[in-house]
Design a protein around this ligand. Structure first.
Ligand code: 5FU
Length: 250
């Protein structure tokens, strides 16, 4: 059945997870629904990118395990400072995909100690409802559907994943290329204004597609921004395109 497209103000009324509330408030304050995916491999590049795009984003998405020189003091402390300075959240795109006990260890131990610094994390839901119980004091975004060509997240999988996402108290959103229920915030990666794919299976759509067709809440942009000659200018371009597309979709 058709659900009405909700504004960020309306979502604030029904999405009560603390992290959802923060993201929605930042979106309204900055007039931005942009999340930059910082898929760079050195701390220097990560911090320089965060400094440039920080004022324009609601969150910075990391893949912390691709850094060649990760160091809690050199990487995380300055990143946290920038997050505070520019008012954005840190989203670790770990895509946990194991049993609860293993995820608990991967979340809090090892080199990265994600639980110490991430405001939100992504997790697959393939291991079932209880596998998500370990993610306390963090917001979880469930991977419901993927953007890559030939992915296995068909309608049946997405329906079952959505049931888990809706019912688990740690989960406040989903990553998908399809509309999800209004009670969840929708995050859409695979957004690029210049390309339709990357020759490695990634499939791109425009911000207009994300907001009008999918009724998305946040777009996630990686190479479109960090590979641009001027990353700050590109972030601004995506921010404006995203906000205009959001307003047009209401
Ligand atoms: F869950 C997903 C997905 O379905 N598609 C994605 O592309 C996550 N991603 C991430 O978004 C991916 O791991 C990259 O970090 C980012 C997209 O980067 P791009 O450079 O804009 O293609």
């Amino acid at each position: 059945e058709e659900e009405k497209r909700l504004s960020y103000e309306e979502k604030l009324e029904i999405c009560d997870h603390t992290v959802a509330q923060k993201l929605l408030q930042i979106a309204l304050e900055k007039k931005s629904n942009l999340i930059v995916s910082a898929d760079v491999t050195t701390t220097k590049e990560l911090l320089e990118l965060a400094e440039k795009v920080g004022p324009h984003i609601v969150a910075l998405k990391t893949h912390i395990d691709i850094l060649l020189d990760f160091d809690a003091d050199q990487t995380i402390l300055p990143l946290k400072d920038l997050a505070q300075k520019y008012n954005f959240l840190i989203m670790e795109d770990r895509k946990f995909a194991d049993i609860g006990n293993t995820q608990e260890l991967q979340f809090a131990y090892g080199t990265y100690k994600i639980s110490n610094w991430a405001d939100l994390v992504t997790a697959q839901v393939i291991a079932g409802y209880e596998s998500l119980d370990c993610f306390r004091n963090v917001g979880v975004v469930a991977i419901i559907g993927m953007s890559s060509h030939g992915n296995l997240t068909d309608q049946n999988y997405r329906d079952e994943a959505t049931k888990i996402a809706l019912s688990h108290p740690n989960v406040f959103g989903g990553v998908s290329q399809n509309k999800i229920p209004n009670e969840l915030l929708l995050f859409t990666p695979g957004v690029n204004l210049a390309h339709t794919g990357d020759g490695k299976g990634q499939q791109y759509n425009t911000p207009e597609h994300a907001f009008t067709k999918l009724e998305s809440d946040f777009i996630i942009v990686g190479r479109g921004i960090y590979k641009a000659d001027d990353a700050e200018q590109s972030a601004l371009t995506y921010k404006i395109a995203g906000w205009n597309a959001y307003e047009a979709s209401l």
